[in-house]
Design a protein around this ligand. Sequence first.
Ligand SMILES: *Cc1c(COP(=O)(O)O)cnc(C)c1O
Length: 386
Amino acid sequence: MSRNTKTFKAVVDFIKEWYSTDDFLPLHAPVFNGNEKKYLNECIDSTFVSSVGKFVTEAEEQFAKAVGAKYAVAVVNGTCALHLALRVAGVQKNEEVITQPLTFVATCNAISYLNAIPVFVDVSKETLGLSEVALKDFLESHAELRDGACYNKTSGRKISACLPMHTFGHSVKLDEIKKICDKYKITLVEDAAESVGSYYKGKHTGNVGVVSAFSFNGNKTITCGGGGMIVTNDEKLAKYAKHLSTVAKTAHPYEFFHDEIGYNYRMPNINAALLVAQLEQLDSVLENKRQTAEAYKNFLANIEGVEFITEPKDCQSNYWLNAIQFSDKETRDEFLKYSNSNGVMTRPAWTLMNELPAFKDCQAGDMPNSIFLAERLVNIPSSVRN
Ligand SMILES: *Cc1c(COP(=O)(O)O)cnc(C)c1O
């Protein structure tokens, strides 16, 4: 056995032992240990399974409370939540939105749905999310303030928003990023899809941006099959997001009048029933996932050549997906092969957005950290342990 293989075997054996199984271990499986079946039955018995029902309202109220925001609007998935978040934040056609190249494609898809254009700025090696240093550098060399708005000197287009993403649940430096955005009159929107239960300086993620988006997809920290939430402290934006998510129909007992083109994005009551049950367990889910992160960290402290990614300073992470980092791409690729063929699912971070056909022509600043991380990161099993 080569030295690498010995290391790989030790890591894979530890993961199997930690999850007490020899069965195939997925990256993140949902766990339903609470009132899920009870609420689903209640929902079915009520016949209100679609977009009107008490669970939708309940999920919104409970989620707003859980993240410490004033308003939450429930929609069918996190991508829709992002789409509407950017829309109510005022992003328009042909405007630019600064985001990070190391993210899930939904971040950039949502920007594109508005016919806006992503601009890529590097991530930080500490947070894995948008780097405040790279953002400042990029704006200093490319931005100019005109008529109270920010313009990109290279493209001539308005930079209307900045959309950082809290990678794997580790928060970006929200205070610093907010300061830069304010200085340049850029609206801050958070892609908080991965950060349910993650805090920055004691405050839940999703509260520093004007509006933000969360996801409850099947592989996220808590899930309702498919679902998303738009969160804001601005009443007007919350009302507008809800209006757009319900086909922009004006309230009337029986008449159909739509004051603009809306979307059928409202979360169905049956999904909300699941979400309410999952929200009840959020604290124990987070506690359980922290134990796994702690166990990985302690174990990997003694393994040479593999580094465990810990929560950044000022952040309490939900450790949605635990991540490890190898010293080079070849070793990382060997590990991916070894673990996946030995019953433990692992995967690399995403292909950088500026390398995808749809976004290859978008403007991109220097991104040494994104390239470095994309070649070395691996996500390892992170489900709640039963
Ligand atoms: C999961 C995710 C989304 C989208 O959420 P869906 O509910 O799958 O549509 C958006 N952005 C990021 C970064 C995500 O990880």
